[in-house]
Design a protein around this ligand. Structure first.
Ligand code: FUL
Length: 489
């Protein structure tokens, strides 16, 4: 019979290795401190959407106008073939995860059966007055895993309470409560600052409105010229400033103030509020559908994409349903092309095949902040961080492992969860400067003016930054749609 193992053997074979394994957990380097202000959870989610869809729909669709008078008869609203599933399918095909509907535009006509007015779908023959466009969109979106947002125009040309501060604010708040209580989760609410020059004087009780919104919806972002969740970019062309900070001073902002558009466009490096910009633009000339208009060319949409998403913003692209209640086929087709083009450009990242080095790395070789982090799939929480001690001269270099790299787009992303930092940067290919820029933020896209470049190495130098720069992603892409010498119409 074999001898039973001695006590000493048991300790050596089983207990010691256990102790060795468990007593020395591997400690990793801590992340650097953030630089305030920071985004909220909902603002980060919003930023990652990149493209949001907007639907302008209402009586204007049937009167061929942009700003209704408020005197329209609800009976003209007859979208006989309305199918919100088709709207949301269009959004999904375009890679969009949030779609915003004009529940009420300036004409005051409500797309849902509000209890506080008869100027709504209730007065329309569509579904014998039992229709509810907001509900139709909510149902279609829910079935497809898409989120919804709502636009409720403060300026109301129909309601007689408009101009009487207390009465109208009560009315507006009552409608806000209807929309935010009865349709499930709403991810964005749009407070439009637009108002006709001859409209009656009116004080909007924004503080009451914003407080009510936050009380009723926990993951919503409030859009207005001045936030507090998302700011207007200052124009309706879909173009952010080439410098674009997500930070700004809210105390310098007010809603409906034409003198702040440049400030809104660029933001403020000294801003104490995190308030990123949304670029609203329509796929057509107008916001509402008009028979005579057609969608913008693919090249124009791509230019808008580079100047919005590629400048640290979210693109809010309006796609208006027609009088049938459908997104026109021409628009559906153009959106497919647009999404196809974005996929073609960005699905291949030549940086993934490169060897990468950097000026320094936080925590040394195994600190977890090495330059390889810029080619993984996490564009927020894994990043390259240089040493705290290195105050300047930060760079990251990608080098081809065999043949030359061929690209015309450089993508840089910052780990904005720890604040927006980069103020100035330059890009070099094989030692020659090919591009320079200012802010980076969530995403900076350089569509190179020189066209397609061939080279072995690409170096990004950070020339100015608040604290150390934190780069979460770098991409080298080839855009076959980019012909820098051809002018975009
Ligand atoms: C503007 C409005 O006046 C337009 O009609 C449109 O709704 C656009 C998004 O905002 O301020």
């Amino acid at each position: 019979m074999a001898k039973p193992p001695s006590f000493l053997w048991v300790i050596t074979l089983f207990i010691l290795p256990l102790k060795l394994t468990f007593s020395k957990p591997e400690l990793v380097t801590t992340p650097p401190l953030p630089i305030l202000p920071l985004p909220t959870y909902s603002q980060l989610k919003w930023q990652q959407r990149e493209i949001i869809m907007f639907h302008h729909f209402g009586v204007n669709t049937f009167t061929d106008s942009e700003w209704g008078t408020g005197k329209e008869n609800p009976a003209i609203f007859i979208p006989t073939g309305l199918n919100a599933n088709q709207w949301v399918d269009t959004a999904v095909q375009a890679g969009v995860s949030l779609t915003i509907l004009t529940a009420k535009h300036h004409d005051g006509f409500c797309l849902w059966p509000s209890k506080y007015t008869d100027h709504s779908v209730i007065g329309s023959p569509w579904k014998n007055g039992h229709g509810d466009v907001v509900q139709e969109l909510v149902n279609a979106a829910k079935a497809r895993g898409v989120d919804i947002g709502l636009y409720l125009s403060p300026w109301d040309r129909h309601d007689r309470r408009y101009g009487r501060n207390k009465e109208y604010n009560e009315y507006y708040l009552a409608q806000l409560q209807e929309l935010l209580n009865n349709y499930g989760s709403v991810r964005e609410i749009w407070f439009d600052g637009a108002k006709g020059s001859n409209a009656p004087n009116m004080s909007y009780y924004f503080n009451d409105w914003f407080s009510m919104v936050n009380e009723l919806q926990s993951t919503i972002n409030i859009f207005s010229d001045a936030g507090p969740g998302v700011r207007w970019v200052g124009n309706e062309n879909g173009f952010a400033g080439s410098t674009c900070w997500s930070t700004i001073n809210r105390t310098s902002l007010s809603i409906g103030n034409g003198s702040i558009v440049d400030y809104l466009n660029t933001g403020d490096p000294r801003g104490t509020d995190w308030l990123p910009a949304e670029c609203d633009v329509s796929i057509r000339t107008g916001w509402f559908w008009h028979k005579t208009q057609s969608p913008k060319k693919l090249s124009k949409l791509l230019e808008i994409y580079y100047n919005s998403v590629g400048r640290n913003c979210v693109l809010l692209l309006n796609v208006p349903p027609n009088t049938t209640g459908l997104i026109s086929e021409t628009d559906v087709h153009r959106l497919k092309e647009f999404k196809g083009a974005i996929d073609t450009i960005f699905s291949t990242n030549l940086a993934e095949k490169c060897s990468i080095k950097a000026s320094s790395q936080r925590g040394g070789k195994n600190g977890g902040f090495g330059p390889k982090n810029v080619i993984d799939n996490d564009h927020l929480w894994t990043y390259w961080a240089p040493n705290d001690e290195d105050k300047e001269d930060h760079w990251i270099e990608l080098r081809a492992t065999n043949e030359k790299l061929k690209f015309n787009v450089v993508r840089i992303q910052e780990a904005i969860g720890l604040g927006q930092r980069i103020k100035r940067h330059e890009i070099y290919v094989d030692g020659a400067r090919v591009a320079s820029g200012t802010t980076v933020g969530y995403k900076k896209l350089h569509r190179l003016e020189k066209g397609v470049l061939h080279g072995y190495s690409l170096k990004i130098k950070i020339m100015g930054s608040k604290g150390i720069p934190l780069i979460s992603s770098v991409g080298l892409h080839f855009d076959p749609f980019w012909h820098p010498n051809e002018l975009v119409a």
